[in-house]
Design a protein around this ligand. Structure first.
Ligand code: GUN
Ligand code: ZN
Length: 435
């Protein structure tokens, strides 16, 4: 029989879908999680679980916490090297930094190198699933899926499609985008733990012909993801209206081409109209809230109340390289500050939900990721909340999961990530010398 490992630690997760995270959180102060092969087979109090698994090898993490692996619902791997570049707002930033950088990914050797480096950044920060934009080059998405497959990671990614309003060296065409995306779907979608996302960059960089071609794929492949940008910046919204005068606003551009549905993940959603919020909720689509990016590019303050009132799934995301960190806990921390400015504070448990079970439920993946339920893949993080003098002092007193997560959202970084496990294998450990 495959070795069983029993992890002993404080444990927190959300076993089910819920509207109010504080009511559905499950917490074990002296917890046990049993992993066999790539799967979690038991979860509960140490005192009840341990006697049932006398053969299991104990991994003693008392003083630490176990949480589900984080899901980062929107980020750009080719922008890893241009994180933290000074510069103005969205459209200027894209032209000055993003497009020239993405050109480098025409070279598969270069994209393979950055793919590996990028995935290491995710692991180092406890992220086990990402919804990731590639570049226009199909080979750059190939290299990312290849690297993720070596880690057995549940990656969702896609080749960017754009055929106007960007430098000619980054343009495909309607037919090429359709053919190359279809080829990548056939190669990678549901291959191992990989899943494909159709990825029109955003409405301004696609012609109607390209949107129609991708819309045909969305209809043909009902279970693929769709990822793009929506209503991030007011200049961008005016531009979309001028490019698509026949559409009734920004979201309607995607709707017209069958791209608003479950597993559609729209980055930003800052300036949506009431009708658009309602359509988001009715369709089962997800808004990816990217607080560090929204502050960095001065895009605006996400409106949680609207999302809540319209039952819209909200997932947290870094949006690296406009986002300024790979760390999802810090990302929640910036989201909290935005929610304070809106006088609608977002709790740390709500933050944890939006980076674990919330998106897993929204994407129909909660049988596999997002929680620590028996039967799910063993994708999890061992947190070390007391990692320096200050965090040790702050967390001396008995603390709840909520308090620990909140403190880490303000004070933490990758030093709080002790280990990251994917499908039952430790793929990152901070302290190489210890088991
Ligand atoms: N809108 C279109 N492309 C991008 C991008 O790369 N980053 C951000 N933040 N917004 C976009
Ligand atoms: Zn983005």
């Amino acid at each position: 029989m495959t070795t069983q490992y029993l992890f002993r630690a404080r444990i927190v997760h959300f076993p089910q879908a819920c509207a109010i995270p504080s009511e559905s959180v499950e917490c074990f102060d002296d917890g046990a999680m049993v992993v066999q092969g790539n799967t979690i087979v038991a979860l509960g109090d140490y005192s009840t679980i341990a006697p049932r698994y006398p053969q299991a090898q104990i991994k003693d993490h008392r003083g630490r916490w176990i949480v589900p692996g984080f899901i980062d619902s929107h980020l750009h791997y080719p922008q890893t090297e241009m994180i933290a570049c000074y510069g103005k707002q969205l459209l200027h930033w894209l032209e000055s930094y993003t497009f020239p950088t993405e050109d480098k990914f025409k070279d598969p050797a270069y994209s393979a190198k950055i793919s590996a480096l990028f995935l290491q950044q995710l692991l180092k920060n406890g992220t086990t699933t990402g919804l990731v934009f590639g570049t226009v080059h199909p080979s750059a998405t190939d290299t990312l899926f290849t690297a993720a497959s070596e880690l057995n990671m549940a990656l969702i990614a896609g080749k960017v499609c754009m055929d106007r309003n960007c430098p000619p060296y980054l343009q495909d065409s309607a037919s090429r985008a359709q053919r190359e995306s279809a080829d990548l779907i056939d190669k990678w979608h549901n291959n191992g733990r990989n899943r494909y996302a159709l990825t029109p960059r955003f409405a301004p960089t696609s012609t109607e012909q390209q949107m129609a071609a991708l819309g045909e794929l969305a209809v043909q492949y009902q279970d693929v993801f769709i990822q793009t940008h929506l209503s991030e910046n007011t200049d961008e919204i005016e531009w979309v209206k001028s490019l698509y005068p026949q559409c009734d606003g920004y979201l309607d551009v995607y709707d017209k081409y069958h791209m608003v549905r479950q597993r559609s993940v729209f980055g930003h959603c800052i300036h949506l109209t009431d009708n658009e919020w309602q359509r988001m909720g009715d369709s089962g689509a997800t808004a990816a809230f990217c607080p560090t990016s929204n502050l960095f590019l001065g895009s605006g303050l996400f409106n949680f109340a609207k999302a809540r009132d319209n039952h819209v799934h909200v997932a947290l995301a870094t949006d690296v390289g406009a986002g300024t960190t790979f760390n999802m806990l810090k990302t929640y921390g910036e989201g909290y500050k935005i929610s304070q400015l809106r006088h609608d504070p977002l709790s740390a448990l709500a933050g944890l939900y939006m980076m674990t079970q919330g998106p897993a439920v929204a994407y129909g993946l909660d049988h596999e990721i997002g929680n620590l339920n028996p039967g799910s893949h063993a994708d999890f993080v061992v947190l070390q909340p007391e990692f320096d003098e200050l965090t040790s002092l702050r967390l001396t007193h008995p603390h709840s999961a909520q308090d620990m997560l909140f403190a880490l959202s303000m004070l933490g970084d990758d030093r709080a990530i002790y280990q990251t496990w994917i499908a039952g294998v430790c793929q990152y450990r901070q302290h190489k010398e210890v088991e």
